[in-house]
Design a binder for this molecule. Structure first.
Ligand code: NAP
Length: 298
């Protein structure tokens, strides 16, 4: 994908992503595709915003007329107190990655759940009635738990290197889902994880990211032999060491780039209050994936 030269004038409606650090974000490239496709006078920027500056940055963006924002690490939870309201799904997950301008301020949504759901479905991974393992217990794991519930998984076992955080994640999610049907959920130790069947795994730790020294979330190679279907949230690189090991043992793996694409698509559709056609969405996805492929090989 060639970067289009952005044309901006006094009528341009602005969007942005806030995060810290932000230098490696792919969001402007994805949104540039959407902007080009819809042909409207829109612009999407990226800003390095620390948690300490978040409140001021939100006030400033609203005062300057920004129509929508995305939030990434480490702002998805910290933004909640500054919003005029929050969508029920985002409330359940406890994390907000998309803001839409209203008369009173910004309203929060979570599109990571949609992104992961689409990542799984478009790769032929169906969780209904399945026993699923989630690796990690941070923000992305919250989305994964929600996806497991929405997809009708039978049970979810959460493994995290800090066991207490996995226990807390499960407890909070159960509390957020009171009165709803949920999968059976529990935290598991490494020993339990290695000895139980685990055909479906959602990998939500940063292990395997280019900037992270740990290449794998689980070092024991035997763990990978049992995995039939896996999704990784890490998207940089596309083919993570985790996915490579899953595939080398005959399993199917869905990469984090498609989750990234679909969460962005949903955010853009929330802002414009209109959806692209299936054909448009697929065509732009292919274009993004091919841009990313070139990026990783540069
Ligand atoms: P987070 O809230 O900081 O949580 C990270 C979790 O991973 C924690 O449970 C942590 O364990 C565990 N962890 C960290 N480093 C580890 C390592 N080296 N080995 C094993 N476990 C490790 O982070 P997050 O917001 O969930 O983000 C996690 C990853 O998801 C990031 O790489 C992020 O870029 C990616 N992500 C991708 C998308 C997408 O669209 N593809 C969307 C959201 C997030 P402790 O509790 O022990 O610290």
């Amino acid at each position: 994908m060639k970067r289009a030269s952005m044309s901006v004038d006094g009528r341009t409606r602005c969007f942005a992503v806030f995060g810290h650090p932000i230098g490696h974000t792919f969001s402007p490239m994805i949104h540039e595709l959407f902007i080009r496709e819809c042909g409207e006078n829109l612009a999407y920027l990226a800003f390095d915003v620390t948690p300490e500056n978040l409140e001021d940055a939100l006030r400033g963006a609203w005062a300057m007329g920004f129509r929508g924002l995305n939030l990434t690490i480490p702002l998805k939870e910290r933004v909640i107190p500054y919003l005029t309201g929050i969508d029920p799904l985002a409330r359940k997950v406890g994390a907000v990655n998309t803001l839409k301008r209203t008369e009173e301020g910004f309203y929060g949504y979570n599109t990571d759940v949609y992104g992961m759901q689409s990542q799984l479905r478009t790769n032929g991974i169906h969780l209904q009635g399945q026993d699923v393992v989630i690796l990690g217990a941070g923000g992305a794991a919250k989305s994964a738990l929600c996806v497991c519930q929405m997809e009708g998984a039978e049970s979810v076992s959460v493994y995290n290197r800090t066991y207490e955080r996995a226990t807390e994640l499960v407890r909070r999610f159960e509390e957020a889902c009171r009165g709803e049907e949920t999968p059976r959920m529990r935290a598991v130790s490494l020993e339990e994880l290695l000895s139980m069947p685990h055909p479906y795994v959602i990998q939500t730790t940063p292990a395997g990211m280019l900037s992270v020294s740990d290449r794998l979330p689980i070092r024991e190679e035997s763990f990978y032999e049992d995995i039939r279907y896996a999704a990784d949230v890490v998207f940089n690189p596309k083919d993570t060491p985790f996915l490579s090991l899953v595939r080398s043992h005959g399993g199917k793996g869905a990469d984090g780039l498609s989750m990234l694409y679909y969460q962005a698509l949903k955010a853009f559709e929330i802002w414009r209050e209109t959806a692209f056609s299936k054909e448009q969405a697929l065509r732009m996805k292919e274009e993004f994936l091919s841009w990313a492929e070139d990026f990783f090989h540069e």
